[in-house]
Design a protein around this ligand. Structure first.
Ligand SMILES: Nc1ncnc2c1ncn2[C@@H]1O[C@H](COP(=O)(O)OP(=O)(O)O)[C@@H](O)[C@H]1O
Ligand SMILES: [Mg+2]
Length: 437
């Protein structure tokens, strides 16, 4: 009785202390008690004997009565949970364990279970008691308010856009990971993340270009700071063609100077960041028998893939956002995806989208992405080409007004690109921009 009371007091006073003293042992007890049953139930056990045997003249298939379960190494407590190591049995893959993450979560009564495989043949199961990102609304500590002077010097292509659950900054390094794919259902936080990116780029000499085939609704607010904008398919083709010409010209410049990338040039041209809202719109046609529309679609997809493929060293970047990005969009989508090395998967409506967003680089991350709830806006699973793994993170909150403000304030820093007309903007545009959500 006295022990129970002491436990309750400790739990209230110091949850972390309670976890180390009491919670950890209880959870470890639960883990060891349920491990065998879980492995057998979820197909993680293996047989010592072959699954086929000859009985008389018959081949009999079956499972051994006493299967072997993978060995579990004692878990190390962390501040917010514990880590368990498991050696993979022959024939097993990390995905098999990732598929069981939800079952483990319930059996161990923890908030989340994360499966990673940092070393071949070994699995780390990280159980977390609570969500470290819950209730965190991140604001940028050094966001440049309206009226602040723009930073001097060349553009910084490394942006801090949020925090990770490991309490580190979520960095988008456009030099190392030139292109990004941002996928999330409606109201999952896509636009907010794009606002954060645009707000960060606005005070720098970066050329921002936008394609929004939903009539420009989402990206209208950036108009004053845009070097180019397309809201119809025909305009998109025109814009992409002009960008490809810029790309060719930059290639020529590099060849003449004998360097391999534009930032090795003495006077490097401004970085170009192409933001595409609802990228699936670019791939879908309303009438597949409409030859003109299909031709425009094919042309824009081909140009976009080419731009992403060859643009990186020329400081041309692509950020593609969308609700879904599936293989049903055609081979162009898979081609484009292979160029977009940076992936951000917010809450998505279906498993196929999570699979398409992360499955080709981190199959284990797909399950974690599917666990993001609709009310967890701004929480995402991110993976990029520099990291040795994927991580869960929360994007910084940047409102549409802040983005609009930044776009207006730094309008004068908008570079002009050859062959591309700057979008018009006036009072009317700014008014409609302020009210967008
Ligand atoms: N990083 C974030 N932190 C806190 N709240 C967020 C965050 N991102 C989005 N939200 C909330 O979710 C709402 C919808 O986000 P939005 O970016 O418009 O979604 P989407 O563009 O995916 O439809 C926002 O109005 C905001 O209240
Ligand atoms: Mg949106």
């Amino acid at each position: 009785m006295l022990w129970l009371a002491a436990g309750a007091v400790l739990r209230h006073r110091s949850p972390v202390g309670y976890w180390y003293v009491v919670g950890y042992s209880l959870t470890w007890f639960r883990i060891t008690r349920t491990w065998r049953a879980l492995c057998i139930e979820r197909g993680l056990s293996v047989s010592r004997r072959a699954s086929q045997a000859m009985v008389g003249d018959l081949i009999v298939r079956g499972q051994e009565v006493r299967p072997v379960v993978p060995r579990l190494w004692i878990g190390r407590p962390t501040r917010n949970g514990l880590r368990v190591r498991v050696r993979l049995m022959p024939g097993q893959t990390p995905e098999q364990y990732a598929q069981c993450a939800e079952a483990l979560m319930h059996a161990w009564r923890v908030y989340s279970v994360r499966i990673t495989s940092p070393v071949r043949g070994l699995i780390h199961i990280e159980a977390m008691l609570s969500d470290p990102l819950a209730g965190v609304v991140v604001r940028d500590p050094d966001a440049l308010g309206a009226g602040a002077t723009a930073p001097a010097g060349p553009p910084v292509m490394v942006l801090v856009v949020g925090v990770t659950e490991k309490a580190t900054s979520w960095l988008m390094n456009f030099r190392l990971t030139p292109h990004w794919l941002i996928v999330g259902a409606t109201r999952s936080g896509k636009s907010t993340l794009i606002h954060a990116i645009v707000t960060r780029f606005a005070p720098q000499g970066v050329a921002l270009v936008a394609i929004d085939l939903k009539g420009g609704l989402e990206l209208n607010v950036y108009r004053p700071r845009l070097s180019g904008m397309a809201t119809t398919r025909a305009e998109a083709v025109e814009l992409l063609e002009a960008l490809c010409d810029v790309k060719d010209e930059r290639t020529h410049l590099c060849n003449v100077a004998g360097v391999r990338s534009v930032w090795e040039l003495e006077d490097p041209p401004p970085p170009i960041v192409l933001v595409i809202d609802e990228v699936a719109e670019l791939f879908l046609v309303t009438n597949s028998r409409d030859r003109d529309e299909v031709a425009l679609r094919d042309r824009s997809v081909a140009l976009l893939v080419k731009l992403a493929q060859l643009g990186a060293a020329l400081d041309i970047h692509v950020i593609a956002g969308g609700q879904r990005f599936g293989s049903d969009l055609g081979s162009g989508a898979t081609l484009l995806r292979s160029q977009l090395a940076g992936r951000v998967c917010l809450h998505v409506a279906d498993g196929a989208t999570a699979e398409m967003t992360l499955g080709d680089i981190w199959p284990e991350a797909v399950v974690a992405a599917q666990m993001i709830r609709p009310d967890e806006q701004g929480i995402a699973v991110i993976a990029d080409s520099e990291g040795s793994s994927w991580v869960r993170a929360r994007a910084m909150f940047t409102s549409v007004d802040e983005a609009a403000d930044a776009a207006r304030t730094y309008s004068r820093l908008t570079p002009t690109l050859p062959g591309i007309r700057r979008p018009e903007f006036g009072g009317a545009v700014e008014d409609s921009g302020g009210g967008e959500g």
